[in-house]
Design a protein around this ligand. Structure first.
Ligand SMILES: [Zn+2]
Length: 561
């Protein structure tokens, strides 16, 4: 059994790990999009670290785009298997992949237009989208939804189970039980580890004990702010930004998960009479659809939300909240002068409508941007977090005059302490592979795990190939075939035509040889007849000539034997 790391290796996006069982069966764990800006991200998403056509099935941990975003591309490129995930992940993917396809098409169109303006017209410079809207349906046809906590058969001798990971709706850890003769091995993939005591979702459920584990490590060197103070801190920021400074509070948030958490938190504040009377807008068509899906999967809710539903049947809606789908309504927010709260995606500010809010509001010191989640360092969100003073948006340089605030307690990823708690029941694990983290937190987390008794911890690089014990698998030397030199004429003709021509030439040569032979034998025969005639003339008796002729024929037969 071995693993090839095709993404999220020493980085936090593009999750894709290919597990090959001893019998050659190939299971892809996640198929995520690398996110961020720049040519290297484009290149990462344009190549595979494995042969897509050889993969037997895909098991998906959750719907976030950095775990699911390349699925339509995978199917388009020849993946023939099915995709196993939880029911809620399947529902979320149906809207998220369509949204992603539209973004792919739009981004490429924008890029190509830019090239046209620069009058660069070389064909190779223009891009085609990774996949488009038409590629989403064939991909969705391959999804199969499952419930939590039941072992399902993947193929003879291999079973898998999803356990609730409490990260986003439908998120799961994946455990595989693999029989090999009399032995059974267990292999686990944490997916993204959620946090205990988060709103809406249940606490992460420990995985069954495994022999080998792929584990996320996003916050491997960090401990989050206390959850208990979260609502209070959020309320203080709202009052400061909207009541005191009379500006806009803009919250970039993932459409799935973070947006619903913030809305649910404000819903509870409103019910308790704590939320100031300020208009709140969720400006993201995807978030609107996702919130609807959250409403249709109560099987994923925690006990608190189940109870709150008795008090308020709509936990994602209150009087001053408006969901915005249309572009026109979204544009109207740009000219709005009154204080308001705008929640828009994406969380890292690298795509979606939030870029327009960034463009229109970042230079006004009255406004506040509240960053509530992880941002890659090369995204606008990451740069603002790092204190950048100027930002280029839509090709224009903008001064960062607005106030930038951060709240890490919203993170849907466990911190290092929470991750260690999650792993505490793993008493027999032989190897842990760390993925989904930058190298610095990973290195710290490896030490932290070592102190807790987990000794064999590996940090793979992108494209690395390991056996489950943590030893690198050496690439088999490729035997170079000797290149056959062919003439231009040979290359011109297809094989069939070439053979036909060769056969015709051969036949012609044979016919010519036969004709020549016939001619020669005729001449020889004529000469023989003449000779016999002459001998006849010379011989005295008829019977003697006959005898000699017969003996000559016998001789011929003898030689033939
Ligand atoms: Zn995630």
């Amino acid at each position: 059994m071995d693993i090839k790391f095709g993404g999220a290796a020493q980085m936090v996006t593009g999750s894709a790990h290919l597990l090959t069982l001893d019998d050659g069966y190939k299971i892809l764990l996640d198929c995520g999009l690398a996110q961020g800006k720049g040519e290297h991200i484009w290149d990462l998403n344009n190549s595979w670290k494995f042969d897509v056509k050889e993969i037997d099935c895909l098991i998906l941990s959750h719907a976030h785009i950095d775990h699911s975003g390349r699925i339509p591309q995978l199917v388009k490129d020849g993946f023939k298997g099915v995709i196993h995930c939880t029911h809620a992940t399947r529902s979320l993917c149906s809207i998220m992949l369509m949204d992603s396809a539209k973004i792919q098409e739009r981004d490429v169109e924008w890029y190509n237009q830019k090239l046209r303006k620069k009058r660069k017209k070389k064909n190779q410079d223009f891009r085609v989208p990774l996949y488009g809207v038409k590629d989403v349906k064939p991909a969705m046809d391959k999804f199969i939804g499952y419930g939590y906590d039941t072992w399902y058969r993947l193929k003879p001798g291999v079973e898998f189970i999803f356990r609730d990971q409490g990260h986003i709706l439908g998120s799961a850890s994946v455990t595989l039980k693999i029989k090999n003769g009399r032995k059974t091995k267990t292999f686990g993939f944490t997916g993204d580890i959620g946090r205990p005591q988060r709103p809406i979702l249940r606490n992460p459920v420990p995985m069954p004990e495994v022999d080998y584990l792929i584990c996320e490590s996003t916050y491997g060197n960090k401990e989050h702010e206390s959850l208990s103070a979260q609502s209070q801190k959020f309320l203080e920021i709202v009052k400061e930004a909207c009541c005191k400074k009379k500006g806009k509070l803009i919250i970039p948030a993932f459409s799935i998960g973070r947006t619903q958490e913030i809305v649910y938190m404000m819903d509870k504040m409103e019910t308790a009479g704590l939320l100031p009377k300020i208009p709140v807008y969720v400006d993201s068509p995807l978030a609107v659809n996702a919130t609807h899906i959250y409403g249709t999967h109560p099987e994923c809710y925690d006990e608190n939300l189940q109870e709150y539903l008795l008090e308020d049947p709509d936990p994602f809606g209150f009087n001053s909240l408006k969901y915005i789908r249309s572009v026109n309504e979204s544009k109207q927010l740009n000219t709005m002068k009154k204080p308001c709260i705008i929640i828009s995606s994406s969380g890292m500010m690298n795509a979606g409508r939030i870029r327009h809010h960034l463009y229109n509001n970042i230079e006004n010191p009255k406004n506040t941007f509240l960053i509530v989640g992880y941002c890659s360092p090369d995204t606008a969100g990451g740069m603002l977090k790092d204190g950048i003073k100027e930002l280029t948006i839509f090709g224009e340089v903008k001064k960062v005059n607005a106030e930038i605030k951060t709240m890490d307690s919203f993170s849907a990823h466990a911190d290092r302490k929470e991750m260690l708690d999650f792993l505490k029941n793993q008493k027999k694990v032989k190897t842990i592979f760390l993925v989904h983290g930058e190298i610095a937190p990973q290195t710290d987390f490896k030490m932290y795990l070592g102190e807790a008794g987990f000794k064999n911890v590996v940090i793979p690089e992108l494209g690395d190939h390991y056996d489950v014990s943590g030893k690198k698998v050496k690439a088999k030397p490729t035997v170079k075939k000797k290149k056959k030199t062919t003439t231009v004429q040979e290359r011109t003709y297809p094989a069939k035509t070439k053979n036909r021509k060769a056969n015709l030439a051969k036949k012609k040569a044979e016919e010519e040889a036969t004709a020549k032979k016939k001619k020669t034998s005729k001449a020889e025969a004529k000469a023989k007849v003449e000779a016999i005639k002459n001998k006849k003339k010379k011989s005295s008796t008829k019977s003697f000539s006959k005898k000699r002729n017969k003996r000559g024929m016998d001789m011929t037969n003898h030689w033939k034997k």
